[in-house]
Design a protein around this ligand. Sequence first.
Ligand SMILES: Nc1ncnc2c1ncn2[C@@H]1O[C@H](COP(=O)(O)OP(=O)(O)OP(=O)(O)O)[C@@H](O)[C@H]1O
Ligand SMILES: [Mg+2]
Length: 665
Amino acid sequence: MRPPLDQDDRSSSLSAKAVAEVLLSSDLLETLPDAIVAVDRAGTIVQVNSQTQELFGYDRDELIGQKVEMLVPENYRREHHHHRENFAQTPKARRMGAGLDLFGRRRNGSEFPVEISLSPVSTEHGIFVLSAIRDISDRKQIEEELRRAHEELYQKTVEQLGESRSRLASIIDSSEDAIISKSLDGTITSWNKGAERIYGYTPEEVIGKNISLLAPTDHPDEIPEILRKISRGESVEHDESVRVTKDGRHLDVSISVSPLRDAKGDIIGASAIERDITAQKRAEGQIHQSQKMEAIGRLAGGVAHDFNNILGIINACAEFLRDRLDPAAESSKYIENIKKSIERGSSLTRQLLTFSRSSVIQPCVLDLNERLKDVGKLLRPLMGDDVEILIVSKSPTAVVEADPGQLDQIVVNLAVNARDAMPRGGKFILETRAERFDEGFAEQHQAMSAGKYVVLAVSDTGNGMDEATASRIFEPFFTTKEMGKGTGLGLATVYGIVKQSAGHILVYSELGHGTTFKIYLPSADHKIGLETKPSEVETVSPKRQGTTILLVEDDEIMRSLTRQLLQEHGYTVVEADDGKSALEWVESHPGPIDLLLTDVVMRRMSGPELVERLNASQPNLKVVFMSGYTGELIAEREVLKRGITLLEKPFSRTALLNTIHTTLG
Ligand SMILES: Nc1ncnc2c1ncn2[C@@H]1O[C@H](COP(=O)(O)OP(=O)(O)OP(=O)(O)O)[C@@H](O)[C@H]1O
Ligand SMILES: [Mg+2]
């Protein structure tokens, strides 16, 4: 066994031994949990405890007297040497190599992480250093595992966040609705594809602009009010309002807005989901209208029925009285007046019963073409000399199942109205044709189902009517005629008959431009063995890309539906709401227009006028006119030359696409 003290210091070896025995006594050191190594100034090991032997795998004898560096991995030894010298300069108890990773080296050469505390022990033989060495492999491993777990978690979170963010973005972009976010002052900060589809602006055109650009001029306060609500932390749910698109169309929209908050929870903006409900509103309007007519019908029918019974009683009593009175007596005049009034009353109730569809009818299968020839004769004296009557059959047969008397009544009532609308004469046109409606058509016209119909179009070149009048004409007792001239039951009766025959009636009219009524009665071809061949089913022309259509139509809903149909079929559509704006658009956009699809009668510039103006620069422009008026009426009014392509409203998807396809050639 080597002496524990500096080998050169022979004189002090005894007392050094004593110090070693006391301070560095293995008894004391054995009580400590850590491996303890005592070294002298020169770095020679003077004492170790059994924990050291265990930790490093050496016997005590193999350690005492050796340089402490033997316990340090080779590549750390030089550095260790420096540290040791530094420590000798300023010896004080401290952790060794704070902040550094320290390693020990076992006898078998394996290395392991350690933590070392150093304490100087001053003796009269100089300074010894006690190193408490602790194996921190376990702690390091736990630390490492924790770090790895953290890293994995972080990585996963980043991935998941990215994933959910892109999933969110794709959900937002695939939404049919407009999803728009904006700051509290209304500046648009995000704009999805739905918003682009609905409003027509690209994100580049609107991000950074104020959301008020979508507000109609007559509702300037609505958006600021919504933003004020949002800044108070309130939300807006399914508010119905109106918004304006890039091309100036007004849309009915349902809007839900909620506050956007930052990480601290402060409100920094608003997020809105906006749905285009224009088509839905229109359908609701149609349903509402037919419900209203239904209700009025029930009421009128009920009243008429009871009233008829009362008239019956009065009539019976009047007849009793008449039998008991001398016909020459003064009082029998009164009886005659009562009888006349009863007749007027019965005629009224009859009409009301017809409107309410409760009159008794005797339907039979008949050809409307034949029937019209007979009614035509009746009309002559009714219409007066200055009205020209035209009867046009566009299909060889027009077979329907209806009550002939009722059909006559329809024609007579419409003829009387037409005559009243043409005080200075004009033309009265009756047209028949067979038409088939596909599912697409039925979808747009709520009440109508797909199938084959006979269309009876009744037109006049008279005064026409405005929208407000046209929307009420089928109501019983609605009249614009002066007192005593009209009861307002003519069209109500027509409506009742058409409905009772499972048909539909539509009206197209504009003030100063005449009127067309279109009555659709289900075809009864099958009842006389004229079954439709399946080959008659129409096919839609193939899709086209890269063709630009200028669509000019003043009815907003009609325009939007037509645009949608065309776009779905691959056409590029430019819209205008009348001839004048269409012309302005063409003048400011020199790009090519392949086809003009235009309404005929419009407020500021009619379709034919627009074509004339455009022909100056584009003489070969292809044109399709569309109108609710019939081709006959339009030709009669000399609005359009004969032979021009006219698509009559209402048209089916197939009719629209095929007409455009054929015209494009
Ligand atoms: N061809 C038409 N041209 C212009 N306006 C029309 C035409 N047909 C009907 N109207 C308008 O519709 C209203 C209602 O017509 P309807 O036939 O139901 O009643 P009326 O003609 O006023 O009275 P009645 O037919 O009972 O004598 C008319 O008052 C008129 O304003
Ligand atoms: Mg009338």
